[in-house]
Design a protein around this ligand. Structure first.
Ligand SMILES: Cc1cc2nc3c(=O)[nH]c(=O)nc-3n(C[C@H](O)[C@H](O)[C@H](O)COP(=O)(O)OP(=O)(O)OC[C@H]3O[C@@H](n4cnc5c(N)ncnc54)[C@H](O)[C@@H]3O)c2cc1C
Length: 421
């Protein structure tokens, strides 16, 4: 039996950052044949793709410096975000609620009228209730509801008021009116950094500090005995730990503990999947400046598309396309083929491509889970269980381990703070 002080489950950005900051013995267990988790990059001929775009919006100087100091200036780009909503055959600036003045006059008046007459409440029952209360019916029904239903693939009444946390672009009437005159809308990700070789570059930077023998690849955690502080792998090997750092999805982690109460909570946790297509075409589109575009229209199968070529100043259209699914939906090969055909046809419909474009490379990835659904009742239970786990030196961190909505940098910060604590 192997004995280790810090056992880290998962070699994504959270697990690798923890390993970078811990001054102690550790071992990382990773089920795939390479490290990176959702921050991996795939290179197909001329095209460099992530698991859907993974852009860096650093707030922490230390991480930004780590990134910049490890790279030559020619190896990454700093970009001003250019994001739009495809609405009734034209593009309006994102976020919708801040840019209603770009809508046709009748629709603008409807949005403004409902915004003035919205019925705000002290306490909202759910995400949809909050949207109506803060923005009024027109903004909700024209964009916020259809778009978020496509993204979360669920009834928005089932989502918590704070489902998107700080990622939700809140705006009050004053800010909306101000933006109409001065275009002063600001968001957490107005500019971002992106390595020319994709998000994996940050993983490679973190890996430089991790000796090869400290990561066990192709090793799958099959069960966790919290009482005896041991973990069993797919090949039957047992590992004894002093401290366990989990970064795999919390619902899966709970199941591995063979604890009835934990397993019951696991069954209650909901989330959605995202099918991502990465597509490479033979020439540039007339959509040649957009970073990414949101699609609320239910007749279009995707909810968001992004343009790697516009971000990296490439000469050929290179895109990611995102499609939301409920957690239990079986995304079969036939479904992927059906969605690819629909995607190619919808790209033509919205004018991003036309019959003269040839698809040169394509691939699909299923991100499962992609967005966890935050729910107040389950959240209380999660917190309660996490506190008990912490008393036993077990910590569940990261976007999925922590069952939250957060960025790569948030994951790094949480992992660093825990290691230093
Ligand atoms: C569509 C989409 C777009 C995104 N875009 C951005 C963006 O632009 N910018 C940004 O900052 N963030 C973005 N994110 C968020 C970002 O992907 C996550 O915050 C981050 O990658 C989470 O890293 P992690 O290490 O916590 O988890 P993961 O990357 O999921 O790592 C967990 C690891 O555990 C391994 N594992 C799972 N089960 C087991 C097991 N039983 N045994 C052993 N190993 C196991 C997995 O293989 C994986 O390597 C996006 C997310 C999505 C879904």
């Amino acid at each position: 039996m192997i004995k280790v002080k810090n056992l880290i489950i998962g070699a994504g950005i959270s697990g690798l950052t923890y390993a970078n900051y811990i001054n102690d013995d550790y071992l990382i267990i990773e089920k795939e044949d390479s490290a990176g988790g959702y921050c991996k990059t795939i290179i197909e001929g001329d095209y460099i793709w992530d698991y859907a775009g993974h852009f860096f919006h650093f707030k922490e100087e230390e991480f930004k410096k780590k990134f910049i100091d490890s790279l030559d200036a020619s190896q990454y780009v700093t970009k001003d975000k250019k994001t739009y909503i495809y609405y009734n055959n034209s593009l309006i600036d994102y976020p919708f609620q801040m840019n209603i003045h770009e809508l046709p006059k009748e629709e603008f008046i409807a949005c403004l009228y409902d915004l003035f007459n919205k019925k705000e409440k002290e306490k909202y029952d759910n995400f949809l209730d909050m949207l109506y209360g803060k923005f009024g019916a027109s903004i909700v029904e024209k964009f916020l509801k259809p778009y978020n239903e496509k993204l979360y693939a669920c009834d928005l009444k089932k989502l918590d008021v704070d489902a998107m946390g700080r990622f939700f672009p809140y705006a009050d009437l004053k800010a909306i009116i101000e933006n109409m005159k001065n275009g002063s809308s600001k968001s957490y990700n107005d500019t971002f950094l992106y390595p020319k070789k994709g998000a994996q570059v940050i993983i490679d930077i973190l890996l430089t500090k991790i000796p090869k023998e400290k990561i066990k690849l192709n090793a799958f955690v099959k069960s966790i005995d919290l009482k005896n502080k041991t973990v069993v792998l797919n090949d039957g090997e047992k590992i004894e730990y002093e401290r366990l750092i989990n970064t795999i999805p919390f619902n899966q982690f709970l199941k591995l503990t063979n604890n009835k109460e934990y397993s019951d909570l696991s069954d209650k946790l909901t989330y959605n999947q995202v099918l991502v297509f990465n597509l490479g075409f033979d020439k540039k589109s007339s959509f040649n400046k957009e970073s990414w575009i949101y699609f609320p229209d239910k007749d279009i199968n995707f909810y968001r598309v992004g343009f790697y070529d516009n971000i990296l100043n490439g000469e050929k259209l290179s895109m990611y396309i995102e499609i939301g699914y409920a957690k239990d939906y079986q995304i079969t090969k036939e479904e992927i083929k059906r969605q690819l055909d629909l995607t190619l046809s919808n790209l033509k419909k919205v004018g991003i491509t036309d019959d003269s474009f040839n698809l040169k490379a394509e691939m699909s990835i299923v991100m499962n889970p992609a967005y966890v659904h935050i729910d107040t009742k389950n959240n209380l239970k999660i917190k309660e269980i996490m506190a008990i786990l912490a008393q036993n030196n077990v910590y569940s961190i990261g976007r999925y381990g922590g069952w939250t909505y957060c960025s790569m940098e948030d994951c790094m910060l949480e992992a660093k703070n825990l290691a230093q604590k």
